[in-house]
Design a protein around this ligand. Structure first.
Ligand code: NAD
Ligand code: MG
Length: 341
């Protein structure tokens, strides 16, 4: 059975006795900095002086310094820059400012698991990884709740790394919801697998393949869009709330019979074998090496694939249909129009 920690397991005085640096002020960074500050923690935000986030963090009442100053002032350094930027930030601004007894923290295990960051002995290495996007981490905290987190200790130099991680998770609001103990290895590998095979890669490819099949057979793209993309949310909401059996209870018996007999033909043994290969590439570090190399080369494949994806016919018909359903949107800007910085 997994170990899950709650408020009663955390000692708030551990984190309030420390000086915390939050490096980065994007999705996770703003949520961590503000939640910790509101929980009574001494927080500073480390940003490049030319970052567009400096103004945002300052006007939220946070103290902002450059990353090296933040790391040198603090004894708990939470790295919340993009995973692909962390190695350079660590080498340039953090490494020289680590003192024995400091804690280096992450919200995802990528750089530690694949050896891109290798902190010196004497430093606690801890992960508190919220299982939700930053705006929810902030909004849920403000509403008195919390987003669950994963907690992992890679190195316990002080002998007190776990109580520190739990106390940090308390300040973030996560012990209100549950903090699941894991390892850097498990978090990193399952996170990459989930996003590649199910949540992002598997789902978007499934939607597009279904859409393409209907359109190629002569059906209207609008019908294919509603069927293969729009309705995904309705089904996923039912699964999220009631599980797969609960979802099947809500659909027609015809849909249920088709689900149970045809689903395994789509996700067949060949697909399952491919899932194992993808997992093996994650475990061996082959995927990480490929992604690091792609970044070094200036992201040519990434940009090409992004462009191809945006030009798929499902995006054109989708934009037209969603414009007729403005109530679908929460009213905020499109995610692709919100840039970090
Ligand atoms: P992000 O892209 O939203 O924000 C990164 C921020 O880092 C930028 O806004 C900027 O302020 C800062 N930054 C960029 N380059 C920098 C530099 N050279 N020096 C200093 N600051 C710099 O990133 P994010 O999505 O919040 O991800 C941060 C970490 O949290 C990652 O490890 C990620 O895997 C993890 N994480 C993200 C989510 C999520 O939902 N976004 C969920 C769980 C964990
Ligand atoms: Mg994830």
């Amino acid at each position: 059975m997994a170990t899950i920690y709650y408020d009663r397991d955390a000692d708030p005085s551990v984190i309030t006795a420390r000086k915390v640096a939050i490096i980065g002020y994007g999705s996770q960074g703003h949520a961590h900095a503000l939640n910790l500050r509101d929980s009574g923690v001494d927080v500073r935000v480390g940003l490049r002086p030319n970052s567009s986030s400096v103004e945002k963090a300052s006007s939220a009442g946070l103290r902002v310094t450059d990353p090296a100053t933040a790391a040198s002032e603090a004894d708990v350094i939470m790295v919340l820059a993009p995973d692909t930027a962390q190695q350079a930030i660590y080498t340039e601004s953090i490494e020289a400012n680590l003192r024995p007894g400091d804690a280096l923290m992450f919200a995802h295990g990528f750089n530690i698991r694949f050896g891109l960051i290798d902190p010196p002995d004497g430093i606690d290495v801890v992960m508190v990884a919220p299982k939700g996007p930053g705006h929810l981490v902030r909004r849920t905290y403000e509403g008195g709740g919390g987003v669950p987190s994963l907690l992992a200790v890679e190195r316990d130099a002080s002998g007190k790394a776990k109580p520190l991680g739990l106390s940090y998770a308390w300040a973030l609001g996560s012990t209100r919801a549950g903090v699941l103990e894991t390892t850097f290895k498990e978090e990193t590998e399952t996170d990459l697998f989930g996003e590649q095979v199910v949540l992002c890669g598997g789902l978007t490819s499934l939607i597009k393949a279904g859409f393409d099949t209907l359109v190629a057979a002569g059906y209207q793209p609008e019908s294919a869009y509603f069927e293969c993309l729009h309705e995904v949310k309705l089904i996923v909401d039912l699964i999220y709330e009631h599980g797969i059996t609960g979802m099947r209870y809500s659909i027609s018996t015809t849909a249920e019979y088709g689900d149970m007999t045809r689903g395994p033909r789509v996700i067949n043994d060949a697909v399952r074998a491919e899932m194992q290969k993808i997992l093996a590439d994650i475990q061996s570090g082959a995927f990480a090496a490929e992604w690091v190399e792609e970044n070094r080369n200036g992201l040519p494949n990434y940009h090409r694939l992004q462009k191809e994806g945006a030009e798929h016919p499902i995006e054109k018909v989708g934009a037209e249909l969603r414009a007729m359903m403005p109530f679908l949107s929460s009213g905020g800007p499109r995610p692709q129009d919100v840039s970090g910085g």
